[in-house]
Design a protein around this ligand. Sequence first.
Ligand code: SF4
Length: 321
Amino acid sequence: NETLLEVKNLKTYYPIKGGILRRTVAVVKAVDDISFEIKKGETLGLVGESGCGKSTAGRTILRLLEPTDGQIIFDGQDITNVRGTSLRKIRKDFQMVFQDPYASLNPMMMVGHLVSEPIRNFNNKSEKELKPEVMELLKKVGLPEDAYYKYPHEFSGGQRQRIGIARALSLRPKLIIADEPVSALDVSVQSQVLNLLKELQDEFDLTFLFIAHDLSVVKHMSDRIGVMYLGGLVEVADKDSLYAEPLHPYTQALISAIPEPDPRKKKERIILEGDVPSPIDPPKGCTFHPRCAHAKPECQNIKPTLKEVKPGHRVACHLYN
Ligand code: SF4
């Protein structure tokens, strides 16, 4: 399979300004040197606790945030520094599905207008001309025909997310970055929306970067998974390999916390000590070392890099040197 997205040594740092002169007083290393790729038609899950940088990474790839360093290569083109009209053209090919469908939909706009708006931004077609296409999209995401004339507040959370998905699909993008797309929804509707995304992936030939904190949700959706901790990628592997044999101590702790539905299967939960340190002043060496039960002296000084230790399974940890 061809690679659709390649991210190389991506960094996104934010300055924190302070004082009367609004000078930079500190820098948040939200995304700190991550590299990965996504093949066409694949779903890569990006998982980690809140504040680990996964959403910032997604927004930087979409160029909603400026990268500080590194490269973003989309469909063979380096888009790291494209601006203006060229960026607008590429934006057609990648879309985002947001966590809170209500906040991301203009409450004053009729659903038909909301879904056709991205298309109208790119061509001169009228709403009337686009109506059959929009009706078809609403049907594909499982909304009733009369949804076209209604407003976002007339729908449930799950239906609003369907509107958000129809809107994201309207430009027939190649890549969809879904940022916690079901975490604001009731558990009972989460799987419906996830299954819809999977069906649409086949039908529309979509590639997904699927960002979530919930490991069961990511497992359900992804082919491969990247685990983030404090701005860095600590492990990347096929879904089965990652869940069956997590290598990084942080991934092991995350996976041990997933509830086991079968009471006969006992598993030991690994409890992590302490909190996630601040991304303003991350620990030297391996950023996980203050919380790691396996830390060795070198972990305090030498930052481990992501290395392949089994086919397709990469981990950043000195235990596997
Ligand atoms: Fe733990 Fe060291 Fe591996 Fe970091 S590099 S996860 S501190 S063993």
